[in-house]
Design a protein around this ligand. Structure first.
Ligand code: SF4
Length: 331
């Protein structure tokens, strides 16, 4: 029985994008980017969300923050005990709710205006959320830059004067500026060199402890997510196919897709090297996903039932812990 406090709960969340054709832009199909996700994010945890590119992870993050409008389902947010569906908030209510949740993108360069100094870019969210005095904004931004291990005086510099790792620290400082409780990190370290990745991951970890943050950490890289996550959800073609505590996912892998992803991680220790499972082909089109288990055309363990029946995400107890998987082999 789990008694952690839930900050966010997704109920059968779906985000579809119409595919339009012809002069009259008739909708002929839908891209099912997020296709029925049920998941909870606990207060103070880091939930890693992994999968190949095109599996719907980024759309799921954006759907939570209402940066894209979900098609169906609920995004229930716990506002200090009062639970509300973000999909149903008015624009004014959502504006207030945004203060609680922020996003850090993969490429901070594209989210920082090149013609603004860092002070210029970072003061916008503070203005929006009512910090009227310029002196106060300067003080807050200086403190934020120090919190992400940059110098206060860097607020007078322009984005091009920073390295990739420094720009990502600025991106994190901007997300922190409105004192959020949830941060969606969307491939936040993927563009960085390995040594800089480690520094930024350590920074995120430290900030989480200091500020009691909750992270949804989206990445295609399972070696990165292991370090930072408390739990990990694996996504394939818009659906969660496995979810477990981070250690447990690596130790007691249940889903063949997760197995294949894990087998692709380079291992330095040759004694613990596993054979790489080569996934056949690419992720199928989310416009016309395969019947039955969406992973079946690429699965190295498929059985006849797999192409006919959709496996449900079911709970199993392994080593005394909850572990979810959507695979017929578990039956
Ligand atoms: Fe593979 Fe079948 Fe399990 Fe899908 S349900 S992951 S195809 S074994």
């Amino acid at each position: 029985m789990n008694n952690k406090e839930v900050l966010l709960k997704l109920n059968n969340l779906k985000t579809y994008f119409p595919v339009e054709k012809g002069v009259f832009k008739r909708t002929v199909a839908h891209v099912r980017a997020v296709d029925g996700v049920d998941i909870e994010i606990y207060k103070g945890e880091t939930l890693g969300l992994v999968g190949e590119s095109g599996c719907g992870k980024t759309t799921l993050g954006k759907s939570i923050l209402q940066l894209v409008k979900p098609t169906e389902g609920e995004v229930i947010y716990n506002f200090d005990g009062e639970k509300k569906d973000l999909n149903k908030l008015s624009d004014k209510e959502m504006m207030k709710a945004r203060k609680r949740m922020q996003i850090v993108f993969q490429d901070p360069q594209s989210s920082l205006n090149p013609s603004f100094t860092i002070f210029g870019s970072l003061q916008d969210p503070l203005k929006v959320f009512g910090v009227k005095s310029k002196a106060k904004r300067k003080k807050i931004i200086g403190d934020l830059l120090e919190a992400v291990n940059l110098r206060r005086e860097y607020m007078n510099r322009y984005p091009h004067e920073f390295s990739g790792g420094q720009r990502q620290r600025v991106g994190i400082a901007r997300a922190l500026s409105v004192e959020p409780e949830l941060i969606v990190c969307d491939e936040a370290v993927s563009a960085l060199d390995v040594s800089i990745q480690a520094q930024v991951l350590k920074l995120l970890q430290d900030l989480k402890e200091e500020r009691n943050l909750t992270y949804l950490f989206i990445t295609h890289d399972l070696s990165v997510v292991e370090y930072i996550s408390d739990r990990i959800a694996v996504m394939y073609l818009g659906k969660i196919v496995e979810l477990a505590d981070a250690d447990d996912l690596y130790k007691n892998t249940l889903h063949p897709y997760t197995e294949a992803l894990l087998s692709a991680i380079p291992v330095a220790d040759l004694d613990h090297k596993t054979d790489r499972i080569i996934l056949e082909g690419n992720v199928p089109s989310p416009i016309d996903p395969p019947s039955g288990c969406p992973f079946h055309p690429r699965c190295h363990k498929r059985i006849s039932k797999c192409s006919k029946v959709v496996p449900e995400l079911k709970k199993y107890i392994i080593d005394g812990k909850e572990h979810y998987a959507a695979c017929h082999l578990m039956d």
